[in-house]
Design a protein around this ligand. Structure first.
Ligand SMILES: C[S@@+](CC[C@H](N)C(=O)[O-])C[C@H]1O[C@@H](n2cnc3c(N)ncnc32)[C@H](O)[C@@H]1O
Length: 166
């Protein structure tokens, strides 16, 4: 599956996970919305949750994340073409937001999406470049397994509800 990142460049370049992926040829960075392919866009503000039902579109058109600082990641910033999807409840493993729900780095978001879409090997390749990458899969092992077994977005939202209620 092709992995694309709309790269805003307003975050600390030393800590930017998307730049690191690009250095290892694991993601294509795009500097404008127009240059970014309209794939499945990972957008925390999207109405619909990502589910395995999106796998065919993602394989055909690619998976897209927006790499910017969380301060600038408001709803209006996600003006990319494509099908926008929110990830369900997951916990961050990166050192900046460790243990915090939903504050995922770009690589965590892309890897979670790949697992849900049925491509765990690809997720492991991305996370393998980060010392805390494996921890992300360990921390989220149960929810990721359950989301990946769902048939559609409604199913994913139902499973997510169990974690939000805890
Ligand atoms: C705001 S940027 C922060 C990037 C961080 N500076 C880094 O170096 O990785 C994280 C991106 O990951 C994706 N993402 C993170 N959490 C998400 C969620 N809950 N649902 C959908 N996409 C999410 C979005 O594309 C989001 O813009």
């Amino acid at each position: 599956m092709d992995v694309h990142v709309r790269y805003e460049g307003d975050d600390d370049p030393e800590k930017c996970t998307a730049r690191k992926l690009a250095r290892f040829d694991l993601a294509d960075l795009h500097r404008s919305d127009r240059a970014t392919p309209p794939g499945i866009v990972l957008n925390p503000h999207a109405e619909r949750a990502l589910s395995p039902a999106d796998a065919a579109t993602a394989r055909e058109n690619g998976l897209v994340a927006l790499d910017c600082s969380w301060e600038s990641a408001g709803e209006k910033r996600f003006s990319l073409g494509g099908d926008h999807r929110a990830l369900p409840y997951l916990v961050a493993a990166n050192p900046v937001n460790f243990g915090r729900p939903m504050r995922l780095t770009t690589v965590e978001a892309l890897a979670a999406a790949l697992v849900i879409l049925g491509d765990r090997d690809h997720a492991e390749r991305l996370l393998g470049k980060f010392t805390w990458g494996e921890t992300f899969l360990e921390l989220n092992a149960e929810p990721l397994r359950r989301y990946a077994a769902c048939s559609d977005s409604a199913d994913v939202v139902e499973v997510q509800g169990e974690y939000l209620d805890r």
